[in-house]
Structures are given as structure tokens and as C-alpha cells.
Design a protein around this ligand. Structure first.
Ligand code: ZN
Length: 120
């Protein structure tokens, strides 16, 4: 659950998103949008992901850049993106890192299913 703090200027800000929150969202997405595989949350928040988020093919660890965790919407979009790749691997397929037709078809499927309804 989101928590909020007051900064030095008196502004109320959402506290950075935690790994527990990311895992809860990822588990819910897995059950709803990728039910063919069981949820297996393996997420780390790091300062050197090499981009907003990435994943390691061999370990299936998802890395989310610390800077991305200031935004719940961005973090959720990143989760869905990486989960498309990871579920391709779980299916025994290439992860389609070039985001080709197979990846785009999954984005369309998730969009139609409502995954991005409150995010875009
Ligand atoms: Zn990608």
C-alpha cells in the first residue's frame, strides 16, 4: 500500500515504490494476463539497470531502476513490458528483445484486456 511523506518544503509526496509493491502488482498481472504460468516474483530495484527496467534471461531477475520507482504508473508499465519478455521465455520462445510483431501482438492483447486502462 502506498505511503506518503512530507518533504522539506512541506509537499506531500508518495514514498518510493518498494520491491514488495512491485511483486504484488506483478503477481496480480501474472494471474490476470499471463495465467498460463505461475507467478514467480524476482525483482530488484537498482541504480544501474541500464535503462528504466531490464531482465536477466538466465536468472529471470527483473531489474527496475530506482528513478522509475517514483511513479506507480511508470513502474506498472515497465512491469508489463518486462513480463511480456519473461512469459515468452517461460513459453520456451525467444524473448523478442527487438519488440517485433510477436511483442506488439502481446501489447495489443494486454491493452484490449484492460491492463493499461488506468495507466495511459
Ligand atoms: Zn523490452
Amino acid at each position: 500500500m502506498a505511503t506518503f511523506s512530507m518533504d522539506e518544503n512541506g509537499n506531500i509526496r508518495r514514498d518510493p515504490i518498494s520491491v514488495d509493491e512491485l511483486c504484488a502488482w506483478a503477481d496480480a498481472y501474472q494471474k490476470t494476463y499471463f495465467p498460463r504460468h505461475d507467478p514467480k516474483c524476482n525483482i530488484q530495484i537498482v541504480d544501474n539497470a541500464g535503462g528504466p527496467a531490464c531482465f536477466d534471461h538466465s536468472t529471470k531477475i527483473m531489474y527496475v531502476e530506482t528513478a522509475a520507482t517514483i511513479s506507480e504508473k511508470l513502474s506498472r508499465i515497465l512491469l508489463l513490458h518486462e513480463m511480456i519478455h519473461i512469459n515468452f521465455i517461460e513459453d520456451g520462445q525467444d524473448p523478442d528483445e527487438a519488440h517485433g510483431d510477436r511483442f506488439q501482438a502481446e501489447v495489443r492483447r494486454l491493452f484490449t484486456a484492460g491492463a493499461y486502462r488506468t495507466l495511459l
